[in-house]
Design a binder for this molecule. Structure first.
Ligand SMILES: [Zn+2]
Length: 112
C-alpha cells in the first residue's frame, strides 16, 4: 500500500514537476506508463486486495489496455486474487476455477 502510494507520487511529480501534491489523477499517465503500472501490479497480484484489483481494472479500461491472460489471476466476481490452491477443473476445453472466497465458478475457454 505504501509502496503503491510512493510509486504514484513519483509518477505524479515526474509529470507535474512543480506541485506534486495537486490533484491526484491517474489520467496523467501515458499509455506506456499505465501498461508498466499494470504489469507491475500483476507481478505482485497475490499481495493485493480486491479494492486494488478493481482500481487496476479501471486503469486498464481507461487506457484501453487488454488484460488478456491477467484476467485469469483473480476472481471475476469478488476480485480476490487466486493463490493457486483453488479447485481447478478442465472440461471440454473450458477451464473452471472455483473461487475460495465467494465460490463463484470462473470459466475460461482454453485456446487451441
Ligand atoms: Zn470470488
Amino acid at each position: 500500500m505504501v509502496k503503491w502510494a510512493r510509486l504514484r507520487l513519483s509518477w505524479l511529480s515526474a509529470y507535474e514537476g512543480s506541485n506534486p501534491s495537486s490533484r491526484i489523477n491517474m489520467k496523467k499517465l501515458s499509455k506506456t506508463e499505465a501498461k508498466e503500472k499494470i504489469e507491475d501490479f500483476f507481478k505482485k497480484i497475490k499481495n493485493k486486495s480486491p479494492k486494488e484489483v478493481r482500481k487496476i481494472k479501471k486503469l486498464a479500461m481507461a487506457y484501453n489496455i487488454p488484460l488478456k491472460i491477467k484476467r485469469k489471476l483473480f476472481c471475476k466476481k469478488c476480485l480476490n486474487p487466486f493463490f493457486g490452491n483453488e479447485k481447478t477443473r478442465i472440461k471440454n476445453g473450458i477451464k473452471s476455477i472455483i473461487c475460495e472466497k465467494c465460490s463463484y465458478i470462473n470459466r475460461w475457454k482454453i485456446s487451441n
